[in-house]
Design a protein around this ligand. Structure first.
Ligand SMILES: Nc1nc2c(c(=O)[nH]1)N[C@H]1C(S)=C(S)[C@@H](COP(=O)(O)O)O[C@H]1N2
Ligand SMILES: [Mo]
Length: 389
């Protein structure tokens, strides 16, 4: 068995290295990108309907950001996107229990105060729904500072066994799935191989941007797997089960499964994979103008691999370096901006691309693998604006 003390020290050391703060919520840094400065105006995209609108979050519904309004590093809790596949369950917080079962030395139950009494850490993480796309101008996205307990610590405390290959996470929300002509009751659930589950950054999150986790986002407890698509972050988490085999469920094996062509050895084959790590992606989301200067801004998401550069191309011009928000951390979204002077009147196209430190460059649409599924849309995203003369 692992020694918990050593593990905690390792966690602390790591937090210092990566700038994660243990303990109190740090004050929220803001990049110099306020809503709109004096004399600054929002420039409409001509690829977007003029009446493009979205409503507030409603229980059981889907809520997305108007990405033109992304103007600060942290997304307000009230605006953070929402995806709820089985409606929004009411969890009785007073009688709440997190159960840990299966291949562990000691099966255990934790009340909310048991969890709150544990050592907590904070970290920034941004993520998007695996189904995010240009249809919603990539609005199924958000970035927040999360606070909570280390998943690894809990699994060590329960004595996770080496033969426990897979760790399954169940939410409180239930639905009925028609499987082979049979109505089957299911809870929302996802799983991770033990190796992935034991990553130090994985969190049982109790807080979001310094507040108790809102109902929309999994009150009182959700899983946070930084660097993974949103579907990994099981909300209203009530049970962790360790088992000796792969877990199959709608959200692991049928839905959130990408079908694409890949070269396997020397053959091209259709491959199905469960949506897991975030693909390298950037998108332009906002253009503002102050006098003769346009400011083009947007965001980058990665699986935690550091970013080497973000570049912008206007019309058929060269790729030019954009500036990255210094507030960005390993798993946060990374905001960027580019100042464009003396733009000529008329219609212009603009696109961004991100390159990571391994030299991977965000794909163009043409470079994307042949893909028959609406998941993992990470191709370069062309925008257009019209500048009046
Ligand atoms: N219990 C539960 N957890 C869930 C879901 C859900 O429907 N039920 N949706 C998942 C999906 S598909 C996404 S994209 C994220 C969305 O998290 P958010 O609503 O906090 O943005 O939660 C994930 N966790
Ligand atoms: Mo999602």
């Amino acid at each position: 068995m692992h020694d918990e003390k050593i593990d905690r020290r390792a966690l602390l050391k790591r937090s210092i290295n990566t700038g994660l703060a243990l303990g109190a919520v740090a004050s929220l840094p803001r990049w110099a990108m306020p809503a709109l400065a004096q004399n600054e105006v929002l420039v409409p995209f001509s690829d977007m309907p003029e009446d493009f609108q979205r409503g507030p979050a409603i229980p059981g519904g889907t809520h997305f950001l108007d990405t033109r309004q992304i103007s600060s590093f942290y997304t307000d809790n009230a605006d953070f996107y929402v995806v709820q596949h089985y409606g929004q369950p009411e969890v009785d917080v007073d009688n709440y229990r997190l159960k840990v079962t299966g291949l562990v030395e000691n099966e255990r139950e934790y009340t909310l105060s048991d969890l709150q009494a544990k050592s907590q850490f904070q970290q920034d993480a941004g993520f998007e729904c695996g189904g995010n796309s240009s249809r919603l101008y990539h609005g199924l996205i958000g970035n927040a500072r999360w606070g909570g307990v280390s998943l690894r610590q809990i699994l060590l405390e329960c004595g996770i066994k080496p033969e426990g290959k897979e760790v399954v996470f169940f939410g409180a929300d239930e639905g009925t799935e028609l499987i082979r002509d049979t109505d089957v009751d299911q809870n929302f659930a996802r799983s991770l191989p033990q190796e992935d589950a034991m990553r130090e950054e994985n969190m049982l999150a109790l807080q979001m941007n310094g507040e108790a986790l809102p109902q929309f986002h999994g009150r009182p407890l959700r899983l946070l797997i930084p660097g993974f698509y949103g579907v990994a972050n099981v909300k209203w988490l009530t049970q962790i089960h360790v088992q000796d085999r792969r877990f199959m469920s709608r959200f692991m094996g049928r839905d959130y499964v990408t079908l694409k062509k890949e070269i396997i050895g020397d053959r091209e084959r259709w491959v199905e994979n469960s949506v897991t790590r975030i693909q390298l992606k950037s998108a332009i989301s906002r253009v503002t103008r102050t006098g003769n200067t346009h400011k083009i801004s947007g965001f980058v998401l990665t699986d935690g691999t550091p970013v080497r550069s973000v570049e912008i191309k206007i019309d058929n011009g060269p790729w030019r370096q954009a500036e990255l928000d210094p507030a960005a951390t390993k798993y946060s979204w990374k905001l960027f901006q580019y100042q464009w002077s003396n733009a000529s009147a008329g219609e212009h196209t603009m696109v961004s691309r991100v390159t990571d430190t391994n030299g991977n460059v965000q794909f163009t649409e043409a470079q994307m693998p042949e893909k028959i599924s609406r998941w993992e849309n990470h191709e370069q995203f062309l925008r257009t604006i019209v500048i009046s003369g």
